[in-house]
Design a protein around this ligand. Structure first.
Ligand code: ADP
Ligand code: MG
Length: 609
């Protein structure tokens, strides 16, 4: 019997490869857009007919190709982008496998016109099912125009497999949006069946997001910026109050390539989670830049999954970068910094005043044993050394001012407006539930319970997350007896509860012995306190999708926060307000309630007219 193994002809091999690379019109659009971008021009036009089934045309004003390169570009493994295997680890262009054009030519009728700027004449090439039909010199603009007609004309099974035009068009738009978001410096036009769908001029990233996404409003974006030596994070997030019920507007790009990454998505949602209601999703457009050697690029061209060597570190950095941006935004909207004219703090005259900003610790290293969140404005933390550029200092300015100019006495309503002269810092309590203090633009009213809940929440969360609870030994151990389900729950949460500062151990059936409690826990009935916290925890478990740590921190805060009706001394108000403004998110309570309201002098003026 004769030998039976044969090499497949190129046309067949290409068709097989095409099945992997080009699954639908959207994948051809993606490949061609990426080629056009790699070509380095600044204007790209996409024209399609019948959702790309009849025609996909892409015109760029990039580098163009010589006649020989034009012919070569359709060969399998023909690429100008890598030469050696090592290049794979440095690659920054989009394509590099040299498969796209060969695959497309295997399953469509392709016509290309291309010219390099330095050449007088360009090349006109026609290829059908991997066969070159003609190649001739032609007059054409510098750059490349490529037309893909009748995709899958020779693979009826695949053609029949395509979805309806609206569905295929949706795929194309999806690919288009991913590409245009990364390339705001390139102008894009996109028409379908003669109707313009997108007209995107060159712009900055923020404007591009607004132009391309349509539903995203320019004003609704908060910038994110964080540079570490592992990863550089930049881009924009939607404001918490603009979270949406669909997951549509969530984009990650790694080294300017669109990626899907459920794990990192979780990091972003974590950063938002105590700020948006359940069932809503934050919008984000986040760019991660890592050393190409740290990211697994040996991936299938149609796949958007990637692996980072350092994904846990990136997770931590991403989450804290997003949190920092949210915190900065919510603080600035509280203190109304856009109206900075009317908001002059009393800085000592000899000090240089910088624009308000959030502090990032350049030394921050999430690898260290006790990582500190980078955003640390707490008094006594390391980050505030020799710099006026932080909120705490700004707040001090506010405090000084309030101290020297007491609020008009005629406005006393509560029982505790300071009257002790020197010690008076201009705080008053209204109906034993609001703290009122003066800011330059008017009056700031602070909900005392919500403020305290925020402070305690962040404190307990930090304790659990940074794993250093401070327990205070009890003189007499307490035993608490719980219901069977609560016993289960405590056993499940034992680790976290200990981190909060409880010294607690199981002690017989449904019983625990408590030898120590967190130092800041008031001496009250521990049994009752624990039951209340567990009750709250269970309630949160039902309604909200909180992780264990946040839920526990929230339940503790809820039970320990001062209530309306609690009379506060001036010093207590002072330290509450100080602590509040040292929080990461000082104007929203853990459950999303507003903590501070500013009544502007403007408003008052209007009312008196
Ligand atoms: P890859 O992009 O992976 O290199 P392709 O099959 O997509 O493979 O393209 C093959 C080659 O053709 C590219 O490496 C590039 O040199 C050239 N090429 C493709 N499209 C263009 C274009 N629009 N302008 C200039 N050169 C192009
Ligand atoms: Mg390519």
């Amino acid at each position: 019997m004769s030998d039976i193994i044969r090499l497949l002809p190129d046309s067949v091999a290409n068709q097989i490869a095409a099945g992997e690379v080009i699954q639908r019109p959207g994948s051809a659009v993606k490949e061609l857009l990426e080629n056009a971008i790699d070509a380095g021009g600044d204007t790209i036009e996409l024209i399609i007919k019948d959702a790309g089934k009849t025609l996909i045309q892409i015109i760029d004003n990039g580098c163009g190709m010589s006649p020989t390169d034009a012919r070569m570009s359709f060969e399998r493994h023909a690429t100008s982008k890598i030469k050696t295997a090592e290049d794979l680890f440095r690659i920054r262009t989009f394509g590099f496998r040299g498969e796209a054009l060969a695959s497309i030519a295997a399953i469509a009728q392709v016509e290309m016109k291309t010219r390099r700027i330095e050449d007088e004449l360009g090349t006109h090439l026609i290829i059908e099912g991997s066969t070159v039909k003609s190649q001739q010199p032609c007059a054409c603009p510098a750059g490349t125009s490529i037309q893909i007609k009748n995709l899958f004309f020779n693979v009826p099974a695949r053609r029949n497999f395509l979805k309806s035009d609206p569905a295929e068009l949706r795929h194309i738009i999806e690919e288009f949006e991913r590409v245009v978001l990364v390339n705001p410096g390139i102008a894009f036009n996109f028409t379908n069946n003669g109707k313009p769908l997108f007209q995107l001029p060159k712009s900055g990233l923020k404007q591009r997001i607004a132009n391309a996404m349509g539903t995203v409003n320019f004003e609704k974006l908060i910038s994110v910026n964080q540079e570490t030596n592992v990863v550089k994070v930049s881009g924009f997030i939607g404001k918490p109050e603009n979270a949406r019920k669909t997951k549509g507007e969530q984009y990650f790009f790694a080294n300017n390539r669109y990626i899907r990454h459920p794990y990192l998505n979780h990091a972003v949602e974590e950063a938002f989670h105590d700020l948006i209601p359940e069932g809503y999703f934050p919008s984000y457009f986040l760019f991660l830049e890592v050393d190409p050697a740290q990211i697994d690029i040996n991936i299938h061209p149609t796949k958007t999954e990637v692996n980072f060597q350092d994904h846990q570190t990136i997770y931590a950095i991403l989450r804290s970068a997003v949190r920092a941006s949210i915190g900065k935004y919510s603080l600035s909207s509280t203190l109304d910094f856009d109206a900075e004219q009317s908001f002059n703090f009393n800085f000592p005259k000899d000090k240089q005043v910088n624009a308000p900003g959030i502090h990032i610790n350049p030394e921050f290293n999430p690898f260290t044993k006790n990582p500190q969140p980078e955003l640390r404005l707490t008094p006594g933390s390391d980050y505030r050394s020799n710099d006026t550029n932080n909120w705490e200092k700004l707040y001090e300015g506010l405090r000084q001012e309030a101290g020297t100019e007491p609020i008009g006495q005629t406005m006393i309503i509560g029982s505790n407006f300071g009257t002790e002269g020197q010690g008076d810092r201009g705080f008053m309590q209204l109906q034993n539930r609001y703290i009122i203090t003066k800011v330059k633009s008017g009056l700031m009213v602070i909900d005392q319970q919500a403020a305290h809940e925020r402070i305690l929440f962040e404190r307990y969360l930090d304790r659990i997350e940074q794993k250093k609870g401070m327990a205070q030994q009890q003189l007499f151990p307490h035993t608490v007896k719980l219901s069977a389900p609560d016993t289960e729950l405590v056993n499940e949460l034992l680790g976290e509860i200990s981190l909060l500062g409880f010294i607690i151990e199981p002690f017989g059936p449904n019983t625990f012995i408590i030898n120590g409690t967190p130092a800041d826990l008031p001496d009250e009935n521990i049994q009752e306190f624990l039951e209340n916290v567990l009750e709250n925890y269970k309630k949160n478990q039902l309604g909200l999708k909180l992780d264990r740590k946040s839920n526990l921190a929230r339940s503790m805060a809820r039970n320990l926060a001062i209530r309306p009706g609690k009379v506060l001394m001036t010093e207590e108000m002072q330290s509450l307000v100080d602590d509040l403004f040292a929080c990461r998110v000082p104007n929203l309570s853990p459950s999303g309630k507003t903590i501070t309201v500013i009544i502007g002098t403007d408003d008052l003026d209007k009312r008196f007219n």
